[in-house]
Design a protein around this ligand. Structure first.
Ligand SMILES: Nc1ncnc2c1ncn2[C@@H]1O[C@H](COP(=O)(O)OS(=O)(=O)O)[C@@H](OP(=O)(O)O)[C@H]1O
Length: 312
């Protein structure tokens, strides 16, 4: 059997090879009204996920695609290592035997059985909407970090990602992508609906919401707050180490180890406001209107500071 540096890279490599021989209209399938990539998700896995038992001390990161989940996942991995008295990034902090694809809904249906053998705390990442997560997450009150990002940058990042990977439908023009983004044709569903659904959970005490923009603005304070939420004490030195290792430059530099040949696709620009290079005035107004209608007045809507990050 081939050996990959991480399970995720192996899975992605295979998915890309399969996707290369598929027609564009075969790349996504619909499950309970939401589209997902055929090469990495399946109805069997979704079915098996329903009865997965989440433990109270599992660490869960939820975020729509392109909201910075790889970034926050790196921060959480290091914080978990620290909580286990290991040095982040050291050989002893990684146990390849115990590794499982961290994205909950990605992989084969047997993964949940394998995960029952993993020690606590298990880190899980998901792009799913809350109603499609296993009920045990909410019943067992596992702590969850909900990551959100301004919708214009999410769309921009998603556009480049769709054209960078074979497993997602690619687009000849940004205009075509924008139309699909606004009409619910994205893998993992419509982002504004995602925000609206998660907003129903935003007041729960076991959920902490954080924005991509606030982590970018003040990474040290963000890491500190995340550690406090998960009950992980940190020395100043450990805090600096986590911040340093999770900077865009460090992660991009290290990406040949973590993401193989996909590094440049997952770590593209890592900034705020790149949307200004793609959106025309009309598209910008259309997003403003949709945001105003569906999200602006909600708790998550306010947290996104839309006027600051999405208006010229
Ligand atoms: N360390 C760090 N700092 C700042 N920004 C970062 C970092 N790591 C990843 N990124 C940016 O996050 C975007 C990808 O989001 P995801 O990781 O959620 O993508 S994925 O859906 O899991 O593929 C994508 O955003 P864009 O650069 O705007 O495309 C990544 O570059």
């Amino acid at each position: 059997m081939e050996k990959y540096m991480t399970k995720s890279v192996g899975l992605l490599d295979k998915a890309e090879a399969t996707a290369n021989s598929m027609r564009r209209d075969e790349l996504l399938f619909s499950y309970k009204g939401i589209l997902y990539p055929t090469t990495v998700c399946s109805p069997e896995t979704f079915k098996a996920l329903e009865s997965f038992e989440v433990r109270r001390n599992d660490v869960i990161l939820a975020g729509y695609p392109k909201s910075g989940t790889n970034w926050l996942s790196q921060i959480l991995t290091d914080l978990i290592a620290i909580s286990q008295k290991k040095t982040p990034g050291s050989e002893s902090s990684v146990n390849a035997e115990e590794e499982e694809e961290p994205y909950l809904e990605i992989g084969d249906a047997e993964k949940y059985e394998r995960m029952t053998k993993l020690p606590s705390p298990r880190l899980m990442v998901t792009h799913l909407r809350p109603e499609n997560l296993p009920k045990s997450i909410f019943q067992n009150k596992a702590k969850m970090l909900l990551l959100i990002r301004n919708p214009k940058d999410v769309a921009t990042s998603y556009y480049h990602f769709s054209n960078g990977l074979a497993l997602l439908p690619s687009y000849e023009t940004w205009d075509d992508f924008f139309t699909d983004f606004m009409t619910k044709k994205m893998a993992w569903g419509c982002y504004l609906e995602y925000l609206s659904e998660w907003n129903k959970y935003a007041d729960k005490e076991n959920i902490m919401t954080i924005t991509y923009e606030e982590v970018k603005e003040n990474p040290a304070l963000s890491v500190k707050n995340i550690a406090t939420f998960f009950g992980i004490p940190l020395t100043e030195e450990q805090l600096q180490l986590v911040v340093e290792r999770s900077s865009f430059q460090s992660m991009k530099k290290n990406s040949d180890k973590t993401h193989g040949s996909f590094g440049n696709i997952f770590f593209r620009k890592g900034g705020v406001s790149d949307w200004k290079n793609l959106f025309n005035e009309d598209q910008s107004k259309r997003m403003d209107k949709a945001f105003e209608e569906h999200i602006a007045g909600t708790k998550l809507g306010k947290k996104l500071k839309y006027d600051l990050y999405c208006k010229a």
